[in-house]
Design a protein around this ligand. Structure first.
Ligand code: CMX
Length: 439
């Protein structure tokens, strides 16, 4: 058994009694209130999910297993001559809750190395897609195609005790994660490089392997590591994480669940916002003939977008109430590596101009930039300029967190998710009864 799996098994045994105790002794304690607004408002803020993989504080931003992102970027081991940590380190941390040392990293590298080969039929499915298909539709399908490999599905049908569900789920998850750089880069090669695939190199780590197959020299390996790490988890309630959890709660395997979460990520209010930022920036650049706008011109463009009823992509958040730390990590990288790129100058000006406008506009609860405002321009700078592809990068990172969540869901025996719905008439009656009582 790998060190990672051994450690995970140990952690699962430690954790189970805590959940059991909560259920047995405190099952009826009230945690939150369901108001009419919570029902009609997309359950915003309703405390109704549990995860220990990450926690999103509205002001501080995300913590993975208790660590802020700046802490993690300092603590996690880095490959030689690299600015950014191993993605493998985040896999280890999210699964076990512990910061890995070099030995543990070696173990995860080895696990991925053994599992990275993609079956031929996945290339054929990608090849068979009709032209102009969105890369996220291809990505989701490629993952779905792998469902036939699921250990969980096979073992479940053969009869598997509930306490062991997590084991084949872990095997499926690692098998899938190890293949994602190959799937993502093959979609890129197929759509934008006449199908010219670059063979994977088993000696490279996750980020370097992705950069190699994209055909990009250093520091794109670090760009990839940074991108996958900051996108890997954002607690449980966002659309992609919640979708992955929900689908997996019916005991659909990792492939079915990850494919579903990718479909949620592909919406413009979620992951697709990173490509929308680039589309919007280019529209602005087109209008200004590529010139760097002055502040007044920039403000006017932002107002024109708002006045035409559109959102400013890359700004706002359903939970965060300050600048996203994922934005700040990428901004620091950009200030170091691409501060003279005109496209960074646009984004830098937006950073200053948009929040006061959104405040004056008066609708968005959070006027500050989110992760998507900055991620696309880094890709653009390093020559990945097909912005339809950007959400695939987000999806590769997010699959890491979703996998950790689903493995732990199975380990802790979380049940089928099944909230109750009411009709409008029922809700009106409930409201009326409350009003009558007060009178
Ligand atoms: N530009 C203009 N209006 C905005 C806005 C923005 N960036 N952000 C929020 N608003 C508006 C909302 O559309 C909403 O308007 P209506 O009342 O007319 O529907 C109002 O402000 C209140 O919204 P909110 O409570 O502040 O935000 P929500 O929780 O409803 O939505 C989000 C959050 C991210 C969908 C929203 O801020 C948005 O659309 N942002 C732009 C798209 C984006 O960047 N998405 C990526 C988020 C990060 C990710 O998941 O990848």
């Amino acid at each position: 058994m790998s060190k990672l799996k051994e450690k995970l098994a140990e952690k699962i045994d430690e954790w189970r009694p805590r959940i059991q105790k909560l259920q047995d002794e405190y099952g009826d304690v009230v945690v939150d209130e369901v108001t009419v607004n919570k029902i009609l408002g997309g359950m915003r803020g309703l405390k109704s999910l549990i995860t220990d993989i990450s926690y999103l504080d509205p002001i501080e931003g995300i913590r993975y297993r208790g660590y802020t992102l700046p802490e993690l970027f300092k603590k996690l081991p880095k490959p030689p001559n690299s600015e950014m940590p191993y993605v493998e380190g985040v896999v280890y941390l999210l699964l076990t809750g512990e910061i890995p040392g070099e030995k543990e990293i070696e173990d995860v590298l080895d696990e991925f190395k053994k599992r990275r080969i993609l079956p031929r039929y996945v290339y054929e499915v990608i090849d068979a897609f009709p032209c102009c298909s969105h890369p996220m539709a291809i990505f989701s399908t490629a993952i779905l195609t792998l469902h036939r490999e699921s250990f969980f599905a096979k073992k479940y049908h053969a009869g598997l005790p509930k306490a062991d569900y997590w084991d084949p789920t872990y095997e499926d998850a690692l098998n899938l994660l190890a293949k994602l750089p190959e799937i993502g880069t093959y979609i890129y090669a197929k759509l934008y490089r006449d199908g010219k695939r670059i063979q994977s190199d088993p000696n490279l780590d996750f980020g370097a392997s992705f950069a190699h197959m994209m055909g990009k020299p250093k520091p794109y390996d670090d760009v990839s590591r940074m991108h996958f790490i900051i996108h890997s988890d954002h607690e449980s309630g966002n659309v992609s994480a919640h979708t992955g959890h929900l689908v997996a709660s019916s005991l659909s395997d990792i492939y079915l669940s990850t494919s579903a979460m990718i479909n949620g990520l592909a919406g413009p209010l979620h992951g697709l916002a990173n490509q929308e930022v680039l589309r919007w920036l280019h529209e602005m650049m087109g209008k200004l003939n590529g010139q760097i706008p002055n502040e007044e011109e920039m403000k006017q463009f932002v107002w024109d977008t708002l006045n035409s009823g559109l959102v400013i992509p890359g700004f706002g958040h359903a939970v965060l109430r300050k600048t996203d730390p994922r934005y700040m990590i990428q901004r620091e990288f950009s200030l170091k590596h691409l501060k003279d790129d005109p496209i960074f100058k646009y984004v830098d000006m937006l950073y200053k101009v948009v929040p006061p406008i959104l405040k004056e506009h008066g609708k968005a609860k959070n006027p500050w930039p989110n992760v998507d405002a900055q991620s696309g321009i880094i890709q653009w700078h390093y020559g990945v300029q097909e912005y339809d592809f950007y959400t695939v990068l987000f999806g590769i990172g997010r699959a890491i967190g979703i996998s950790a969540n689903i493995i732990w869901d199975r380990a802790l025996g979380y049940p089928l998710e099944r909230p109750k719905s009411v009709t409008t008439e029922m809700l009106e009656k409930m409201v009326q009864e409350k009003v009558n009582k007060v009178k």
